[in-house]
Design a protein around this ligand. Structure first.
Ligand SMILES: [Zn+2]
Length: 312
């Protein structure tokens, strides 16, 4: 069983409405490929691209929620909607699970009602920023490097109250530490090791240790530019990042957030859903099955904030 904490298939389908979730080969994550691999649960990010005018960002986020319902869940009764940890545990052998996440809070502007609405629509992990600054915090691409605003602190408090993950991937360095001080449920959905590849999107040892200390989820990502400075990478580079996090003591944190459909920086040999199983088999040559189980799904399930279905 594999759980993948991040893909951008919704964004790709939104940009290219002609693509079919059922079979379009252009989608790294599609139904046909999914049925053939061991990915059990896929997180689908709502990512509103930076070129969308700020007046329309919430509308676009809703359009992606609509794609999630109409194009992924509705035509495929064997894909179940994941809203709680229990929903994952309830999946039957032939079933898959799909969960909504948010990549960047720019679509909510400065409006907590919009955030609550997205949570009510099923969002279970909230990335505070993409690379730019927004009302919540600076992203890692903003030179100023500011951390959480007062509004940003309200956002994290709301996520705490609603038992929702706060995702630090893409966040500024200061924002990361502000989240670690405030969030009950921090996680990094798709980030790698800075010491191995000094890209600002990666996490340095201090950050990794802080997440590991709390046994928080860290999703290693298959983006070549975050794996090796040359921007060329193979599955063995992914292995190096895994190994590094393990050496820091991260066996209860490790997981995967592929970023399929969200990047053009492809790993040679780990390009889309069709390569996932081969990659996991490769890990079997290096690690015992109980450790692989932690990485592929147990850490995600264990860290999924407990949320009774009745919470509104
Ligand atoms: Zn991303």
């Amino acid at each position: 069983m594999i759980i993948d904490a991040h893909c951008d298939a919704l964004y790709k389908m939104w940009e290219h409405p002609e693509l079919s979730f059922q079979y379009s080969p252009e989608l790294g994550v599609n139904y046909e490929k999914w049925k053939k691999n061991h990915v059990k649960v896929q997180c689908f990010a709502i990512y509103v691209p930076e070129y969308v005018h700020e007046d329309s960002t919430f509308q676009v986020a809703l359009e992606m929620v609509d794609l999630f319902y109409e194009r992924i869940l509705k035509p495929n009764p064997d894909i179940k909607w994941i809203q709680t940890q229990q929903d994952i545990l309830n999946l039957k052998e032939n079933e898959k699970g799909a969960m909504l996440t948010l990549e960047g809070c720019h679509p909510i502007g400065e409006d907590l009602v919009k955030l609550k609405s997205l949570i009510r629509l099923g969002v279970r992990a909230v990335g505070l920023t993409w690379n730019q600054a927004n009302a919540v915090s600076d992203g890692i691409g903003e030179e100023r490097g500011a951390g959480l605003s007062s509004f940003g602190k309200q956002v994290v408090e709301l996520l705490n109250e609603h038992n929702i993950w706060t995702d630090v991937s893409h966040l500024s360095y200061q924002g990361f530490w502000d989240v670690m001080a405030l969030a009950k449920y921090p996680m990094a959905s798709h980030s790698n090791v800075y010491a191995l590849c000094p890209h600002p999107r990666n996490l340095d040892d201090k950050q990794l240790n802080a997440l590991i200390e709390r046994k928080a989820f860290i999703g290693v990502t298959f983006v070549s530019g975050f794996l090796h400075e040359s921007k060329e990478a193979t599955p063995s580079h992914v292995l190096q990042h895994i190994q590094y996090i393990l050496q820091l003591g991260g066996e209860d944190s490790l997981g995967f957030g592929s970023d399929f459909d969200g990047t053009t920086m492809i790993v040679d040999g780990l390009e889309d859903y069709e390569d996932y199983d081969t990659f996991i088999s490769m890990l079997q040559a290096y690690y015992p099955q109980n450790l692989i189980n932690k990485m592929t799904h147990e850490n995600f399930i264990r860290t999924f904030p407990h949320r009774s279905p009745g919470i509104l």
